[in-house]
Design a protein. Structure first.
Length: 198
C-alpha cells in the first residue's frame, strides 16, 4: 500500500514539474537546500498519539497497528508524502514515518523538564589572576612542580591579595569559605592548564 501511494504521488509530481518549459523553470528557481525534512505539526501530533497508544506493543503488534493506522489515516499520510516530495525528499517516506513513530515518539518522555538552578557565579579579582599567572610561569619548570603544590605555594606567597579577594567575595554575600577556597583552587588549576597548552 505504501509503495503504491509513493509511486502514484511521484508520478503526479513529475507531471506537474514537466508542464513548464525548462527555461521558464530556471528563472523561478532559488536554491533552498533542505538538510532535515520535518513533518508538519498536525502530522507529528497524530504520529505521536499513535506512538504513545502503542508504546509498549511488541514489534510484531506495533507493525500490525502501524499498517492499520496508515489505512485509517490515508488522507493525512498522502498529504504529508506529497509535501515532502515537493520539498525534495528522496528517501522512503513511509519508512521515515515508521521509524519516527517506533524509535523516536514512542520513547519520548512526556515529563516536563525543570531547568536546573544555576549557581551564583563567583568572580575573582584581576590582580589575583595576574598573580596566579606569574606564579605559574615562574615555578612550572621546577621538576617537582604540580598545580596542587603550586596552589599551596601561591597562597603562602600572596596572602595579602588573597585576603582582599576573599573579603570582596564575602562582601558579595558569598559566606561559604569552602566554596571560596574551591573556586580559588579551581581557578589556579585552570590558569595552569591554559598556560601550558598555549
Amino acid at each position: 500500500m505504501s509503495v503504491e501511494i509513493i509511486t502514484h504521488i511521484g508520478e503526479q509530481n513529475n507531471m506537474e514539474t514537466n508542464e513548464f518549459p525548462r527555461e521558464n523553470r530556471d528563472d523561478l528557481y532559488v536554491d533552498h537546500t533542505i538538510f532535515r525534512f520535518k513533518f508538519t505539526e498536525d502530522f507529528m501530533k497524530e504520529l505521536y498519539h499513535f506512538s504513545k497508544i502503542h508504546q509498549y506493543d511488541h514489534r510484531k503488534d506495533f507493525k500490525e497497528a502501524w499498517l492499520l493506522w496508515l489505512d485509517e489515516n490515508i488522507d493525512l499520510v498522502r498529504t504529508e508524502i506529497e509535501r515532502l516530495i515537493q520539498l525534495g525528499y528522496e528517501g522512503d517516506i513511509i519508512d521515515k514515518m515508521f521509524k519516527s513513530a517506533r524509535y523516536y515518539f514512542r520513547k519520548k518522555s512526556t515529563a516536563k523538564v525543570v531547568p536546573k538552578q544555576r549557581r551564583q557565579y563567583i568572580s575573582i579579582n584581576h590582580n589575583v589572576l595576574e598573580a596566579m599567572d606569574e606564579h605559574i610561569k615562574k615555578n612550572r619548570k621546577d621538576s617537582d612542580y604540580q598545580p596542587k603544590n603550586g596552589f599551596i605555594s601561591f597562597c603562602n606567597d600572596n596572602e595579602i591579595i588573597l585576603k582582599e579577594c576573599i573579603k570582596t567575595m564575602m562582601d558579595k554575600h558569598i559566606k561559604d569559605v569552602e566554596l571560596i577556597e574551591n573556586k580559588l583552587k579551581k581557578t589556579y588549576k585552570n590558569r595552569y592548564f591554559m598556560l601550558i597548552t598555549k
